[in-house]
Unconditional design. Structure first.
Length: 401
C-alpha cells in the first residue's frame, strides 16, 4: 500500500460524500411532488444532512486523532449505508429527515479522515496541492449528481438510485477497512493532546474565529446553493426542464472541481491567504449576479464561475491546518469544517424560509423575486465574512503565520 493507493481510497469516499450532499438539487421536484413538500420543508430536509454532519465533527476529530482513519472512517460510513436505505424507502417527511441525518453522520468523517491520513503519507510541502486535488476529484461527485443523476432518475427513479448508493458506500468502507493504513511503515502516530486542552487551544485562537466565520458563509453558500437551491432557481426563475437544469448543475460542478484543484496548487505557490481572499470576494460577486438574475445566456458562465470561486473556501481548511501542531490537526480542521457545515445547514434552510415568504403559483413554482431576496442575503454574509478575514490574510501573507 503506497501513498497513491491511500489517496485513491479516500478520494473515492469523498466522491460519494459530495454526491449525496448534492443529489437533492436534481430530484427536488420529484421529492416535492411525491411527498407534498413545500419549499421550507424541502430546504429543512436537505439541510439536515449538514446538521448531522456538523454534530458529528467533534467525535470525528477526537476519534481520528486517537485511533486514526483506518478504523474510524468505516464505522461512520456504516451510518451512511443505513441512511441511504432509509431515504430510498421513505414514504413520509420524517423518514426523509432520518435518512438524510444518517447520511450526514456517515459522510462526516471522510474529508477530515483524508486530511489526517494525508498529513502523514505526504510531505508538508505537498499537502496543500494534494488536498486541493482530493477536493477537486472528490467534488466530481457533484458532477455525477447533475446530468447523470437526472438521467438515472428519469430511467430508474430516485429510490433505486439511493438503494444502489447504499451498496457503493458499503463497498468503499470495506475496502478502506481492509487495505488502508494510518501511516507509512515506520512512521510514528502523533500523540493526541488531552481532549479538553486541545479544544481550548483551538477555540482560544483568534485566527480560528476569522477562518471559521468565513468558512461558515463560503461552505454554506456553495453547498447550500449547489446542493439544493441552484436547481429550483433554474426550474422556477428560468423555467428550464430537468435535463437543462442537470446540464447547468454539471457546469457548476465542473467549476467546483476546477476551483478545488486550483486552490491547492496556487496556495503552495502564492500563499493560501492571498488566494482565499481573492476567491471569496469573487464568490460574493457571483452570488450577487445570481440575485440580480443574470440573463439566461450568461447562466452557463455564471454557474461555472460560481463553482470555481466557491472552491476557494477549501483553502480555509488548508489554512487552519497550519495553525496547530500535528497532534491537534484533526480537531482544529474539524472545528473549522464544523463552522462550514453549520453554515450549510442554516443557509440552506434559511434560503427555503425566505423563498417560502413569496407565494407559489398553481404549479408550485416560486417567483424570481424570492430567489433575489435569498441570494442577496447570502452574498451580503459572504462579503462581510471576507472583510472579517482580511486582517488575518494580510498578517499571514506578511509573516507566514
Amino acid at each position: 500500500m503506497n501513498r497513491f493507493h491511500i489517496f485513491g481510497l479516500f478520494t473515492f469516499a469523498y466522491f460519494l460524500s459530495y454526491f449525496f450532499r448534492s443529489a437533492n438539487a436534481v430530484i427536488a421536484p420529484d421529492l416535492s411532488r411525491e411527498l407534498a413538500l413545500d419549499a421550507a420543508q424541502l430546504g429543512l430536509m436537505t439541510s439536515v444532512f449538514f446538521a448531522a454532519f456538523a454534530l458529528a465533527q467533534l467525535p470525528v476529530g477526537l476519534s481520528l486523532d486517537r485511533w486514526g482513519p483506518r478504523p474510524v472512517v468505516p464505522v461512520f460510513m456504516a451510518a451512511g449505508v443505513a441512511g441511504s436505505l432509509v431515504f430510498a424507502a421513505a414514504d413520509s417527511f420524517p423518514m426523509l429527515i432520518l435518512g438524510r441525518a444518517l447520511l450526514g453522520v456517515g459522510m462526516a468523517v471522510v474529508l477530515m479522515g483524508s486530511f489526517k491520513v494525508f498529513s502523514l503519507w505526504f510531505p508538508p510541502h505537498q499537502f496543500a496541492t494534494v488536498s486541493g486535488i482530493l477536493m477537486g476529484v472528490g467534488a466530481s461527485g457533484a458532477l455525477f449528481a447533475a446530468t447523470p443523476l437526472a438521467y438515472l432518475n428519469e430511467t430508474f427513479g430516485w429510490r433505486a438510485v439511493f438503494a444502489g448508493g447504499a451498496l457503493v458506500i458499503a463497498a468503499s468502507a470495506l475496502v478502506i477497512l481492509i487495505f488502508a493504513r494510518n501511516a507509512p511503515p515506520g512512521a510514528a502516530w502523533p500523540s493526541a493532546d488531552s481532549n479538553g486542552d486541545g479544544l481550548m487551544r483551538v477555540f482560544g485562537s483568534g485566527r480560528f474565529w476569522r477562518i471559521a466565520a468565513l468558512n461558515f458563509f463560503m461552505c454554506g453558500g456553495l453547498l447550500g446553493i449547489q446542493g439544493l437551491w441552484a436547481g429550483p432557481y433554474l426550474y422556477d426563475a428560468a423555467g428550464l426542464g430537468s435535463i437543462a437544469v442537470g446540464n447547468l448543475l454539471l457546469l457548476m460542478g465542473i467549476g467546483v472541481v476546477a476551483g478545488y484543484g486550483a486552490i491547492g496548487w496556487l496556495a503552495d505557490r502564492l500563499g493560501v491567504a492571498r488566494v482565499v481572499l481573492a476567491g471569496c470576494a469573487l464568490f460574493a460577486l457571483c452570488q450577487l449576479a445570481l440575485a440580480l438574475r443574470a440573463p439566461l445566456a450568461l447562466l452557463p458562465a455564471l454557474y461555472f464561475l460560481f463553482g470555481f470561486f466557491g472552491g476557494a473556501g477549501a483553502g480555509l481548511l488548508i489554512h487552519a491546518r497550519t495553525a496547530f501542531p500535528p497532534g491537534m490537526t484533526a480537531r482544529a480542521v474539524s472545528m473549522v469544517n464544523l463552522a462550514g457545515i453549520a453554515g450549510t445547514f442554516l443557509l440552506q434552510w434559511l434560503i427555503g424560509v425566505v423563498v417560502d415568504l413569496f407565494p407559489a403559483d398553481a404549479a408550485g413554482r416560486y417567483p424570481p423575486e424570492a430567489y433575489t431576496a435569498a441570494f442577496l442575503f447570502t452574498a451580503a454574509g459572504t462579503a462581510a465574512a471576507t472583510l472579517f478575514y482580511l486582517p488575518l490574510a494580510r498578517k499571514t501573507a506578511r509573516t507566514g503565520e
